[in-house]
Design a protein around this ligand. Structure first.
Ligand SMILES: Cc1cc2nc3c(=O)[nH]c(=O)nc-3n(C[C@H](O)[C@H](O)[C@H](O)COP(=O)(O)OP(=O)(O)OC[C@H]3O[C@@H](n4cnc5c(N)ncnc54)[C@H](O)[C@@H]3O)c2cc1C
Length: 257
């Protein structure tokens, strides 16, 4: 039984002996073609929208309990949740994972980059691909909406009337705590200061990513803290199996960070 992303699934499937997969399909917006292939597969081994809460290997088999108290039994389990999910206790293990494992899990950090998609009534920002904003705010706020991507630039989406703003690190965490309306007001003020109040057109739609608060990710990528106190064998420990449970998330890759 496996918790995997639909994207990973393509590489994992064994058609002769199909394993049972527990998959959240929240990525289907990003990978609609993969999702379509998954639902078209024969057999009933795919479990969509099952949120794993506990993995118990205290007995002879491994028992995975999902939200709603459904239980699935298997000989082995491959865990691909991001480390943030384990750090936040969204999934628990019975018995607890050993300290040599959890130490590494908690030493890693989750980094965040949030994109903010903005659709205006008309474009007003010229034809440059990247637009930079040098903030007048003090050092603490130096990442205040520092960069915008022009989605009408060549090679992107002509006539989309869209910009994408990016926020990272602590500034991303601050922005995630705001409502969409508050984010819109802040960005409009920035754009008006850059292009002039009369020039900025009506903001018709906004979509704010919130990866750090997303309970299926808690951040956008795994990374080593700076300054790093992560030992050289950290990735090995992260991907090492514990009994019948195997681990394969991004943080277990030795080249990450
Ligand atoms: C917008 C975006 C862009 C990125 N771009 C890049 C890039 O260009 N290059 C790069 O290297 N990395 C990129 N990343 C980082 C990316 O997260 C990793 O590269 C990769 O997806 C990590 O794989 P993973 O299997 O460790 O975790 P994930 O891809 O996060 O897979 C974990 C899966 O577990 C599921 N899950 C979580 N909790 C539960 C639960 N309780 N029950 C059941 N299922 C659960 C999740 O829904 C998810 O499907 C990007 C991330 C984002 C969000």
């Amino acid at each position: 039984m496996v918790a995997a992303t639909p994207y990973e699934f393509q590489h994992l499937i064994d058609e002769e002996y199909p394993p049972e997969y527990i998959i959240t399909d929240y990525n289907q917006g990003f990978f609609p073609d993969v999702h379509a292939k998954l639902v078209g597969l024969p057999g009933k081994n795919l479990k969509f929208n099952k949120v794993v809460r506990n993995i118990d290997q205290s007995g002879d088999k491994v028992v995975v309990t999902t939200e709603g108290k459904h239980q699935y039994t298997a000989d082995y389990v491959l865990v691909t949740f991001g480390i943030g999910v384990i750090q936040q206790g969204e999934v628990t293990f019975t018995p607890d994972l050993p300290p040599w494992k959890t130490e590494q899990i908690f030493r890693y950090q989750r980094g965040t980059i949030d994109s903010i998609f903005l659709r205006f009534s008309s474009s007003f920002w010229g034809d440059k691909e990247w637009i930079y904003h040098a903030s007048e705010r003090n050092d603490v706020d130096r990442h205040y909406y520092p960069v915008f991507l022009n989605l009408e630039a060549e090679g992107y989406y002509a006539d989309s009337k869209m910009l994408v703003a990016f926020v990272t690190g602590e500034e991303a965490l601050r922005v995630e705590g705001l409502t969409d309306g508050q984010v819109a007001n802040e960005i409009l003020a920035v754009l008006r200061s850059m292009f002039g109040a009369e020039t900025v057109s009506t903001l018709e739609e906004i979509y704010v990513e919130r990866w750090a608060s997303d309970p299926f990710h808690y951040g956008l990528f795994s990374t080593w803290p700076v300054p790093s106190n992560v030992p050289v064998d950290a990735a090995q420990r992260l991907r090492a199996k514990v009994g019948r449970i195997f681990f394969a998330q991004q943080a277990s890759d030795p080249f990450i960070g």
